[in-house]
Design a protein around this ligand. Structure first.
Ligand SMILES: NC(=O)C1=CN([C@@H]2O[C@H](COP(=O)(O)OP(=O)(O)OC[C@H]3O[C@@H](n4cnc5c(N)ncnc54)[C@H](OP(=O)(O)O)[C@@H]3O)[C@@H](O)[C@H]2O)C=CC1
Ligand SMILES: CC(C)(CO)C(=O)C(=O)O
Length: 322
């Protein structure tokens, strides 16, 4: 299996660097200053396991790749960039190759299945950050990450097993599952808190806010008949495989959502995280005022160029009646 990584940011960069360092066949599709920096000086991965520089081959677009039947596509963009990435892949001739969605939320697999027949979900437990162009940091130890991997909408096949076997020895523990979406819904519940930390700051008192978001999500998923698997702190695999440790030279900004605001990325994933709960609530007649509030707040913060942590707790508490 040759791996093609679409979007060499925090997640794609970590996976790409680990595979390249282990001598596996991997190509990254990157853009902007990230592409230039990786071409110039390789991709530096900082993690508790050390500082390593990977020679990761990178191209600017899928049509620069001579696609092979044994390629596997790893989609590592934020959800709001998925449609554009899929359109480029299709025009470049990708067809039956497995497309793995290494992304938060549950929309990417649906978007991919509209275009490609062989779609897989991956639950990404891998806290990572883009540091500067050509440099990323991952905070997990002894593994950089844990992935649940399976076919979409369900089942598991040879491609899932091949990816897990490729990733586990390089530092990402791969678990093949017949019901990857249960794991991804469990991760979605965790990611509802991304915007809370991004808005109020990681140090702000927010347990009550997060509990409200989770309660709405659980009510909505139950009403929709959707099951989920807990993948948070209660997941026993984390203790053994994924302790979060500081990384020298990489001050952590916070979740992937906070990172988008900090970088002035111009878009934010919240409509596909909290917005998924709002959508399901509207489809199934369950009110979701707290999640809806945070989708509006995220859009406002983005439009106003607000920094992570710039929304006072009092403002949030007043809006949510806390
Ligand atoms: N960071 C984390 O700790 C975690 C993130 N996740 C999830 O993983 C996914 C990826 O997040 P993350 O790695 O943080 O995001 P990043 O923004 O760090 O990386 C995404 C990268 O994809 C690039 N990109 C977007 N569209 C294209 C395209 N068409 N072609 C080539 N490159 C493209 C972006 O470029 P540009 O910067 O120019 O937009 C960026 O470099 C998200 O769904 C996120 O929620 C899951 C678990 C943890
Ligand atoms: C694990 C967590 C919440 C933090 O890294 C994440 O998934 C993200 O940043 O999107």
């Amino acid at each position: 299996m040759r791996v093609v990584i679409v979007g060499v940011g925090a997640i794609g960069g970590t996976v790409g660097a680990l595979l390249a360092l282990a001598g596996q066949e991997v190509i990254g599709i990157a853009r902007g200053r990230q592409l230039e920096a990786i071409r110039d000086k390789g991709l530096t991965l900082r993690s508790p396991q050390g500082v390593r520089v990977a020679e990761l081959p990178v191209v600017a677009a899928p049509d620069e790749i001579d696609w092979r039947p044994d390629d596997a596509v790893l989609l590592c963009t934020k959800t709001q960039d998925t449609e554009a990435a899929l359109a480029q892949l299709r025009l470049a001739g990708v067809d039956e190759q497995p497309v793995f969605c290494l992304q938060n939320g549950v929309e990417n697999e649906r978007l991919a299945l509209r275009r490609f027949p062989n779609v897989h979900g991956v639950t990404v437990l891998l806290p990572a950050e883009f540091v500067v162009p050509g440099e990323i940091a991952a905070f997990g130890s002894p593994c950089e990450g844990i992935f649940d991997i399976g076919c979409f909408p369900g089942g598991a096949d040879e491609a899932d097993r091949a990816l897990a076997e490729l990733l586990t020895p390089v530092g990402i523990a791969g678990f093949v599952t017949e019901d990857v979406m249960a794991s991804k819904y469990g991760k979605l519940i965790l990611n509802l808190a991304n915007i809370v930390g991004a808005a109020m700051g990681r140090e702000a008192e927010s347990a009550d806010v997060k509990a409200l978001l989770r309660a709405e999500a659980e009510a909505v998923l139950t009403a929709a008949g959707i099951g989920w698997q807990e993948v948070g702190d209660a997941d026993p695999r984390r203790q053994e495989l994924l302790k979060i440790l500081p990384v020298e030279g990489a001050a952590s900004v916070g979740s992937s959502t906070a990172q988008s605001l900090a970088r002035g990325a111009g878009s934010i994933e919240t409509d596909f995280l909290n917005g998924e709960i709002v959508l399901l609530g509207r489809l199934h007649g369950v009110p979701t005022p707290a999640n809806a509030y945070f989708t509006r707040l995220a859009a406002r913060m983005l439009a106003e160029g607000r920094a992570p942590g710039s929304v006072p707790r009092e403002e949030v508490a007043a809006a949510l009646g806390l």
